[in-house]
Design a protein around this ligand. Structure first.
Ligand code: DC
Length: 221
């Protein structure tokens, strides 16, 4: 039986950095499910699909798979590695839109479940503890204030040539939070049995240590 750890939380809470580090420490595979929604958004954009019907129809030609090289996840769209192309603000917003569609969630459900059945995984997303892996061995809900998340995202992007302003980033974060929390299917929410970790006043190393401690206490890892 594989061991499954679910990490959910809003955009910019640091899920991916933390999950990657904890997975490396435990020798688990880190699965970033947001990348799957981003890839659907990229495919829809390339196909010119805009309405829910068009987006659902274009799933027929979306051949999405994950592979791992030296512990790093790569996402393939029809054989092309699109891991870099999906990290733009435009695709972030588009991913939020496609992720509200039941057809898209259903389409990605099996892929996520297969990964978790076959491997010891730390899987991050919005509905991992509530919908995808309701029987996960450990569930974490990782969050931070919107202002702190915007500040972190700004620091991350500030090296890039067309870095948006802090105000713009905060506005996007609030907009995405609202969309992710209020959608009808699989909204972002904390599972009843998830451990809440608010990282607003913690640095990365403290969060990683805290999660490793939880894994030791609860799973004996
Ligand atoms: O974590 P991220 O920013 O890469 O996610 C991109 C979008 O996908 C985000 O708006 C929420 C959505 N998403 C989701 O609905 N369910 C998941 N399990 C992961 C991401």
């Amino acid at each position: 039986m594989s061991i499954n750890i679910a990490i959910d939380g809003p955009a910019g809470a640091g899920k991916s950095t933390i999950a990657r580090a904890v997975a490396a420490e435990l020798g688990f595979i880190y699965v970033d499910t947001g990348a799957l929604y981003r890839t659907v958004a990229l495919h829809a954009k390339r196909q010119g699909a805009e309405t829910p019907e068009q987006i659902a129809a274009c799933l027929n030609t979306a051949d999405i798979s994950l592979c791992f090289a030296e512990g790093t996840q790569h996402v393939l769209l029809c054989g092309e590695d699109v891991s870099g192309l999906i990290r733009t603000p435009e695709i972030s917003m588009a991913a939020s839109v496609v992720s509200a569609l039941p057809a898209v969630r259903q389409y990605l459900f099996d892929l996520q479940l297969d990964m978790a059945k076959q491997n010891n995984v730390i899987m991050d997303g919005r509905d991992i503890g509530t919908v995808v892996l309701p029987h996960a061995d450990l569930k974490i809900f990782l969050t931070a204030s919107p202002q702190e998340r915007a500040r972190r995202r700004y620091l991350e992007l500030s090296e890039k040539p067309d870095c948006p302003s802090m105000e713009q980033i905060l506005e996007d974060i609030i907009k995405r939070d609202e969309a992710d929390r209020n959608r009808v299917v699989s909204p972002l929410r904390q599972a009843e049995d998830a451990v809440l970790v608010d990282t607003t006043k913690m640095d990365q190393q403290q969060v990683i240590r805290h999660l490793l401690e939880l894994c030791r206490e609860r799973l004996g890892l």
